[in-house]
Design a protein around this ligand. Structure first.
Ligand code: ZN
Length: 484
């Protein structure tokens, strides 16, 4: 009976709105006179207003029309500014050991301050902490971007990575998939430091059969095509896409699997064996199978050019805790040992691999922007790294609109969430970034952030700067304590 009454009241309450023109609906936030960037259509829509309520966009349209129908407690002026959907970094990490939990947590506001409203955690050595943060962020107890996590990754026995689920048999894999399903992970990550190749393929099939998406590093003893046939959902790091374009990839994999060649020889043959026709055929198959690629070029670029770029005085170092900075060191030490030939080889490898990016795009592969930022990956700074990644995408041949799509639409598409994300439209998530300049003209405009709306909460430039300043102060205090 109670229910019936409330339905009646709700019905009556709606009446005045449909009859009286004067009554405005109440939104939480109104962004007025903005130019909306239609990322999918690669076009601008001028003089629009966007109303949000809770964490959802409730109205989008011509400014006068929307402003007539909606009022809001907070109004942001979007004149001369460009509104895009929130950015997604589809490959980040948290880790470095239990002593670095707080330093990792301090990375979360950096993403938001750089317009990143969702991150995909591709596993580290703090999987349980990250899964806990995911829930705390979703319920509003912790500030940060929406976190989608693989939880602990599946590995072989005694892997080089920590925080994994070790598997040496099909029964182990079955148990791992049951455990991950129980943890409610958003996808599954598999790495191959000690994973047996057959078991790797078995794990992919098993994860897919459990209804989850799966990604990972593909064992050298397998072809990329075998992982694709098994059902891998995305390929992380462009090196694997490059390898898929090597004409005798299958022979190299077989020789390596049989122990006839070592890892170094396998890579030498891969580096020398790229064939554009083979590559295009492989990429068209990725498209047909719906396999996305996360190139993570920025991390590779930083490592490749450590000889020539001095990062010692990077301003961003002031935002990274001392423990996380220390995890950068092993790659720096390794790079320092390289002679001139090794340095030249490193540059060439990066440039070769990066050059397949436009081929992937041409073949119709969905490219996801992801950075590999977090720990270990030196000077690949959470937040700004995504903007650097987009800059590289355009340098290597993508249009600004394609680059923008890789950071706003590809992630939601991969997770099957395009109905909630990826466009400034009514009914979609109130995750938005207001820019001072037009990103379709110059992709660097994604860095000119005027305001961020995260799950309906708006942060203007001053609030974003405060996030950065607060993190800087926290890091300075940690540095001082570490120096004692
Ligand atoms: Zn990674």
């Amino acid at each position: 009976m109670k229910k019936l009454v409330s339905v009646l009241i709700a019905g009556l309450a709606l009446l005045p709105l449909s009859t009286a023109a004067a009554a405005k609906e109440q939104a939480d936030l109104l962004i007025r006179h903005a130019t909306i960037v239609d990322v999918a259509g690669a076009r601008l829509i001028a003089d629009q207003a966007v109303a949000t309520k809770g964490d959802v966009i409730v109205a989008v349209g011509g400014d006068a029309e929307v402003a007539k129908a909606w009022s809001a407690g907070r109004i942001i002026d979007g004149s001369q500014r460009f509104l895009i959907p929130g950015l997604w970094d589809m490959h980040v990490h948290f880790g470095g050991g239990p002593a670095l939990v707080e330093e990792n947590k301090a990375l979360l506001p950096l993403y938001v301050a750089h317009g990143i409203t969702t991150v995909r955690d591709a596993s580290g050595d703090l999987p349980n902490d990250v899964l806990a943060w995911r829930g705390e962020i979703a319920s509003g107890r912790l500030f940060g971007p929406t976190l989608l996590s693989s939880g602990p990754k599946i590995e072989g026995i005694k892997p080089i990575w920590k925080g994994t689920i070790e598997t040496g048999s099909e029964a182990d894999v079955d148990a791992a998939v049951t455990k991950l399903t129980g943890l409610g992970v958003d996808f599954v990550k598999i790495t191959d430091s000690t994973m047996k190749p057959d078991l790797f393929l078995y794990a992919i099939r098993k994860v897919r059969a459990a209804g989850l998406r799966v990604s990972g590093h593909i064992p050298l003893a397998l072809t990329v095509d075998q992982a694709v046939d098994a059902g891998i959902s995305s390929i992380e790091h462009i090196g694997y896409a490059y390898k898929a374009g090597v004409k005798d990839e299958a022979a190299i994999a077989a020789d390596f699997a049989a122990g006839r060649i070592d890892r170094a020889e396998a890579y030498r043959r891969i580096d020398a064996g790229f064939d554009p026709e083979t590559a295009m055929a492989a990429y068209r198959k990725l498209t047909a199978k719906g396999v996305f690629v996360t190139p993570t070029l920025n991390g590779s670029r930083v490592i490749a050019y450590l000889d020539r770029d001095d990062h010692k005085s990077d301003d961003y170092l002031g935002l990274i805790g001392p423990g996380l900075r220390a995890t950068y060191q092993w790659r720096i030490d390794r790079a320092a040992k390289a002679d001139a030939a090794a340095i030249a080889a490193r540059h060439a490898e990066y440039e070769h691999e990066a050059s397949v990016l436009p081929m992937l795009q041409k073949a119709g592969v969905t490219i996801m922007a992801g950075t590999d930022a977090g720990f270990l990956n030196s000077f690949n700074y959470p937040g700004i790294a995504l903007h650097q990644e987009l800059g590289i995408f355009v340098d290597k041949g993508l249009t600004p609109a394609q680059a923008l799509a890789s950071a706003t639409r590809a992630g939601p598409a991969w997770f099957g969430k395009l109905d909630h994300y990826g466009a400034v439209e009514a009914g979609k998530a109130a995750d938005l970034v207001l820019l001072d300049r037009n990103p379709l003209q110059d992709i660097a405009a994604t860095r000119a952030i005027r305001a961020v709306v995260l799950r309906g909460a708006a942060y203007d430039r001053a609030a974003l700067d405060k996030m950065l300043a607060d993190t800087r102060a926290k890091v300075a205090a940690w540095n001082a304590a570490a120096a004692k």
